[in-house]
Design a protein around this ligand. Structure first.
Ligand SMILES: [Zn+2]
Length: 179
């Protein structure tokens, strides 16, 4: 393949969406500042046909370090407040994914770090490693047509810039080491 000869490696965008990595979100525990987990409550984990089903399911924060537990329940949707999910249980607001805070409790993500005057963040280690593979690649496929919203297409320009590659990779790896 062209490009392989100059030492580059190719990265094909698999079309993964951010919600793929939102099933387990590492956050900073509001009680002890340790690493806590936000995830769908165990008794609501199954039976979701669509991603929006578990995105709006009850979530629980658990902190292995101090034992802190907090519950999040689905919020009724109101006009003008983001996306709505019409379910048999009612109309719920879909938590807005993105940014360095978790979309349920609004707590700082565990995996966040300043980089290039911005904040690099990830929900979990798999999310970090996915971005690492993309940023490390020297050959990236052209984005697909507009309208598609894969995780990679939504990454900010400063993370995609070849000139920032080394710094972004160093930040990702530092986060992974601290995970
Ligand atoms: Zn804690």
């Amino acid at each position: 393949m062209e490009g392989e000869q100059d030492g580059g490696h190719r990265f094909r965008d698999p079309g993964v969406r951010l919600w793929h990595f939102a099933k387990e979100i590492l956050v900073r525990c509001p009680r002890c500042d340790g690493r806590a987990l936000v995830a769908v409550r165990p008794d609501h984990r199954d039976g979701h046909r669509y991603a929006v089903g578990w995105l709006t399911a009850p979530h629980r924060l658990t902190c292995p370090a101090c034992g802190h537990v907090a519950e999040w329940t689905p919020q009724p949707w109101r006009t003008g407040e983001g996306d709505a999910y019409f379910s048999s249980r009612g109309v719920f607001a879909v938590p807005a994914l993105g940014g360095p805070d978790d979309p349920y409790f609004g707590l700082p993500l565990w995996l966040r770090r300043p980089c290039r005057g911005q904040v690099l963040w990830a929900y979990n280690v798999a999310h970090l490693e996915f971005m690492e593979a993309y940023v490390a690649a020297t050959l990236r496929e052209r984005p697909r047509p507009a309208g598609s919203q894969s995780l990679l297409e939504r990454l900010p320009a400063w993370m995609k810039s070849a000139g920032n590659r080394d710094e972004v990779l160093a930040a990702i790896r530092a986060l992974r080491d601290a995970a």
